[in-house]
Design a protein around this ligand. Sequence first.
Ligand code: F3S
Length: 758
Amino acid sequence: TSNSFHISPLEPHGTTESYVNLTRRARAVQDRVRRPLTLAEKILYAHLAKPDQELERGKSHLSLLPKMQMPNSPSFNSYPLPSRTSASPRQYTRTTLSLHDTVPQRIWTEAERVNKEVYAFLKSASDKYGIAYWKPGAGILHQIIFERYAYPGGFMIGTDSHTPNAAGLGMLAIGCGGMEGVDVMAGAAYEVMHPKIIGVHLKGKLNGWASAKDVILKLASILTVKGATSHIIEYHGTGVASLSATGMATIGNMGAEVGATSSVFPYTPSMGEYLRLTGREGIAKAAEGEGEWYLKSDEGVEYDRHIEIDLSTLEPHVNGPFTPDLSHAISQLSRNTSANPSWPSDLSAALIGSCTNSSYEDFHRSASLIKQASSAGLKPKIPFLVAPGSEEIRATLERDGILDVFTEEAGGKLLANACGACVGQWERDDMVQGEKNSIVSSFNRNFSGRQDGNRGTHSFVSNPEIVTAMAYGASLHFNPLTDNLPLPNGETFRFSPPTGDVWPQGGYERTLEHYQAPRDDGSDVELELNPKSERIQLIRAFAGWNGKDRQEVEMLVKVKGKCTTDHISAAGPWYKYRGHLENISGKPSQENLLIGAVNAENDKVNLVRNRMTGEYDTVPSVAKSYRDAGRKWIIIGGDNYGEGSSREVAAMSPRYMGCFAVIAKSMARLHETNLKKQGVLPLFIDAADHEKIQGSETMEIQNIAGLQPGSQLTLRLCGKDRSTEGIRIPLRHSMTAREIGWFKAGSALNVLRNSTGA
Ligand code: F3S
């Protein structure tokens, strides 16, 4: 028999494909390529838009049909898109929207007041286009997808880099930009370079203080933040079955921190347990029966790179500051802290939760440590903040008395079920801007200013149990595995390893308080959008290419060191304007363009020379002055330019302000795609040529008319006198014919608009 199931039992439309069909399609491709298939390949090949397409890892462009699309609120809230298409999105994909990151850390009534017009717009858009809508308060979308929608062997995209959180249920989930999500909603295929595949062999079994988080924190030290770019990480080996489904979600989630396109795990009994606990027994049964071949890799597969991790000897890790790949085994952290005197060794806050670590297991194990400490009469020495990933987990923890352990016994502060402090919406009042301090969290990202907007904050990430224990030690020199804490009575206390249940014994609190089912017919719904809104603005078409072969450009900035999407378009107070391109890009009080990037010319942040006047000014002011003078400009980036989130405004804002090209040594996949979609040229330069660019030269990009897949462009550098020949630097690109079409039309949205005649 072959079964398909409702992707979510809540919603009658949107069904999984039967494992019989998925197997048949993957096997048909296997017959063609005649070799064993990795799990990632099976899932990709079962979702090909055209079964006969070329399938060379690292070379071919895949055209894929996701079963599900998940827009997050900021990536979605300014696209007019589905209204511009002729097709109903429901025909193609199951789409779910959660308002996880428009919510500050405060209480809901306040969030609803502050974000009223954003919520009204998103609700009306959900009604109009048949989208399941999870209101503010429901939680972080990755958690909701995991709790309600993800299923083994499925394929989805989501407009957020941590979408691969769904790997915990064996789903192949890829993070993409907002425009790509909109394309898929409108029925287009999702296109991506065929990822290479890194095999990670897990052996042994976690024990003591080590948790699933430590697998990815360790892997980050091996791969670095760009080591898995354009790769899928495929976990295998006997150690996989010892991990919980929620633990695997944590590992999949943080694959984004090593640049991975996605991560996959074979089906395990723990996935079956979680599916059964959350009302999806039919899917579990089918996965265990007819899905058997499809949901694991074949014997004898070849990986492009292979790494082994022994879970039995894995130590807890603490990674940071400022980058998630600066990894310290807990036994080395104190020594490494001493070796880096610029890091404040005292901790000023500890935070647990977020989309990365909000499982029952995470909270239950952390609570076991608090109970030990309270029995000894200890309280955390620093503010301890708890951010549950969803209302479901919050309500379950409350029912089981675990929330009280955090708030009553530990005096912790409960934050909203939302991104909040993870994305700069931490209303922190104990530090002034620039004040140096260190924090530790169970989150995934720790770029400069990420949590509290303060560039003086040295942020470290670890597993939730270590974070909890460190709230008591309050120092980077404290190793909870080996160090004692003094007690008031003169004795000492040492933590025993944490313990806890993987699943709640009474099941989960499956609350639907914040859920609104998709409408069957939204044709009569009007989008709620105030044209005078300061928060939401429909995107206006960017101008297309002017048809000229050469383009004179000004260099806005040559950035030095790390330049993440947080450096390009910072989280924090600007965040609320992300649905309003004009306000986030150009409104004087909101200026947010590249204000975190270090200028290689003077080592300063947000201070660049205006090449028309010779005066120094802020980056947004100089960009604006070029734009107002009709001058195009470029950014010169270094390695892994644009790493971090799928934040599309990091491509849209530069475009809006007149950016013509970003020229970098290497670039993060999501950001490169976002630039292409917005009509900005992402171009690559060799390291030796990169050195030649001083910034004082006159610059011109040439060979634009000959742009085609594999072609080269040229950057010509010359003195003020443009008649001199100057230096010619070759520039590479990775654009397909379709992507070149986006550049010529001005953006991918323009192409879609033209094709639908809207
Ligand atoms: Fe939100 Fe932070 Fe996760 S911004 S989606 S909690 S990475």
